[in-house]
Design a protein around this ligand. Structure first.
Ligand SMILES: NC(=O)c1ccc[n+]([C@@H]2O[C@H](COP(=O)([O-])OP(=O)(O)OC[C@H]3O[C@@H](n4cnc5c(N)ncnc54)[C@H](OP(=O)(O)O)[C@@H]3O)[C@@H](O)[C@H]2O)c1
Length: 262
């Protein structure tokens, strides 16, 4: 009974995610999420502020700890391929939850409006359930046997994931290094992929989840690709426009997120 209920929940949450993605994309195109540079002067209507580092930890907790709890609740959690996919997911989200928030340079007293982590906790919980359950719950999917290790989709997915992971990590590290200790302003990033696009960190993030969707060959993975695009493409366009407005010497040939295209 629990199995049937869980499968139905999974089905409807998956459908809801696909339906919500275009709504989120359109909403964020017109109303930038009020954190970081786009919070200035707008934070009050997005709720009371909580310290930015802790906001990151809270909102990513469902994707790391929540994902692990859901995964290990499954009956196939100790199988080899699900475990490898679990580690792949955590390679990104353990860092994002427990390392990244303490590497960024924040202003003393910098806060993020509470509605941002609140909304992220909700969407990240759904995404964690959708993606963890397909790995280890046989009532939902969990059909990754050892033959999946030599499947071209698994191998290609890992390669794409690793490429995205490298781009995302390096781009975030270059941004963090722009500010010297005690600084809180913005500078033009230069070098590497920043010569091509304003937001290579977002490009890397989308690539990571494309890799995940290929490696798991799942609707849940595809739903997460769409949700990441819905969140980050509007943000990249807004960051790009913001740079052009702030810096008269901003490189003209640079695109927002896809080299030579967008
Ligand atoms: N999966 C998803 O849907 C999703 C959603 C959101 C974010 N993310 C990921 O989370 C990470 C951070 O995202 P984000 O939106 O916070 O990225 P971001 O706007 O690029 O900011 C990242 C950090 O760098 C600082 N920074 C940005 N541009 C700077 C500049 N020109 N000069 C000096 N410092 C600068 C920011 O400071 P301020 O805080 O002061 O602006 C912040 O501390 C990215 O890897 C992103 O891919 C994923």
């Amino acid at each position: 009974m629990l199995g049937i209920d869980a499968a139905l929940w999974h089905h409807y949450l998956l459908l809801s995610t696909f339906v919500l993605c275009p709504v989120i994309l359109l909403g964020l195109l017109f109303l930038p999420a009020a954190y970081g540079r786009h919070a200035q002067g707008r934070s009050a209507i997005w709720g009371p502020g909580i310290p930015t580092r802790w906001s990151w930890v809270i909102m990513e907790m469902p994707s790391s700890v929540g994902f692990a709890l859901i995964y290990f609740y499954g009956d196939k959690a100790t199988d080899v391929v699900p475990l490898l996919l679990f580690m792949l997911w955590q390679a990104h989200y353990f860092h994002r939850t427990f390392v990244f928030p303490f590497r960024i340079r924040v202003k003393p007293g910098q806060t993020t409006p509470a509605s941002i982590p609140l909304m992220s906790v909700m969407t990240n919980s759904v995404i964690a359930f959708l993606n963890a359950a397909i790995l280890s719950w046989s009532s939902i999917r969990a059909d990754y046997d050892l033959s999946w290790l030599s499947d071209p989709r698994f191998i290609l997915g890992i390669v794409v994931f690793a490429a995205g992971w490298h781009i995302n990590r390096k781009a975030d590290a270059l941004l963090s290094a722009l500010r010297k200790p005690g600084e809180s302003g913005y500078k033009i990033p230069h070098g590497w992929l920043y010569e091509r696009v304003s937001c290579p960190n977002y490009l890397g993030e989308i690539t990571i989840w494309c890799g995940w969707a290929i490696a798991t060959w799942s609707w849940a993975g595809l739903a997460f690709v769409f949700l990441t695009i819905a969140n980050l493409v509007p943000r990249a366009l807004q960051n790009h426009r913001w740079y052009q407005q702030q810096f008269s010497n901003y490189p003209r040939h640079r695109k927002a997120i896809i080299p030579f295209v967008l």
